[in-house]
Design a binder for this molecule. Structure first.
Ligand code: AP5
Ligand code: MG
Ligand code: ZN
Length: 215
């Protein structure tokens, strides 16, 4: 199963991706996570990407398309994949179509998690994640058992540097301007599946499950 999961910043893409990858046994490919990993390692690509991420802007298409293309060529993606946060522009969506066509693959669904802006701001401002294992929490909606500590590995919980109020607002604006046109792109291909993301995690997850079981 070849899936794209879309939605504005803070919509719950990463949260739902965790459950999808476990249930359907497909790799979760998050371009945001790949960039954060590169930033952490201090690679040249990471240094370049960080400038854009800190401003809430998109990393240039050329860079992003290159890393996704390489990742989709790996063996574990041949039987299916879940792309999270890619594509984010029409140029990226067309590049994805081309890559898949060349390798005789196609998308089965583009899931769009819709959430109103005021809720997105709450989700981003309260998000923390484990410095060690990456597990994501929300201080109000899904808090850890012990304050500041990961339930899984006791690692320190930290806030993402782009979740501050100013950068979060920029990310929302960039989404509305550059990424939301993709909804029409996938609607036209008959692949768009809208999910109401303004409900609890399990309700959103079971809607996605129904969609994917039919895809
Ligand atoms: P990326 O990492 O993709 O960030 P994003 O799209 O802004 O999305 P988020 O990860 O913030 O949100 P999410 O939807 O995953 O929500 P989550 O599940 O964590 O990208 C970061 C940056 O990298 C970009 O700004 C850009 O610079 C660059 N980049 C990445 N991809 C790119 C590309 N293709 N092209 C160019 N540049 C690119 O949930 C959020 C919070 O809400 C959590 O605390 C969670 O616990 C909570 N939550 C989730 N669901 C619910 C629910 N149903 N109810 C209550 N709380 C919930
Ligand atoms: Mg995410
Ligand atoms: Zn942890």
């Amino acid at each position: 199963m070849n899936i794209v999961i879309m939605g504005p910043p803070g919509a719950g893409k990463g949260t739902q991706a965790e459950f999808i990858k476990n249930k359907y046994k497909i790799p979760h490919i998050s371009t945001g996570d790949m960039f954060r990993e590169a930033v952490k390692k201090g690679t040249p690509m990471g240094k370049e990407a960080q400038k854009y991420m800190n401003a809430g802007k998109l990393v240039p298409d050329q860079v992003t398309i290159g890393i996704v293309q390489d990742r989709l060529a790996e063996a574990d993606c041949q039987a299916g994949f879940l792309l999270d946060g890619f594509p984010r522009t029409i140029v990226q969506a067309k590049a994805l179509d081309e890559v898949l066509e060349k390798t005789d693959r196609k998308l089965d669904a583009a899931i769009n998690i819709a959430v109103p802006d005021n809720i997105l701001i709450q989700r981003m401002s309260g998000r923390v994640s484990c410095k060690e294992c990456g597990k994501v929490y929300h201080l109000v909606f899904s808090p850890p058992a012990a304050q500041g500590k990961c339930d899984e590995c006791s690692g320190e919980l930290i806030q993402r540097s782009d979740d501050n109020a100013e950068t979060a607002a920029n990310r929302l604006q960039v989404y509305n301007e550059q990424t939301s046109p993709l909804l029409d792109y996938y609607q036209d291909q008959g692949l768009l599946k809208n999910v109401d993301g303004n409900r609890d995690l399990k309700a959103v997850g079971s809607d996605i499950e129904v969609i994917l079981d039919e895809a």
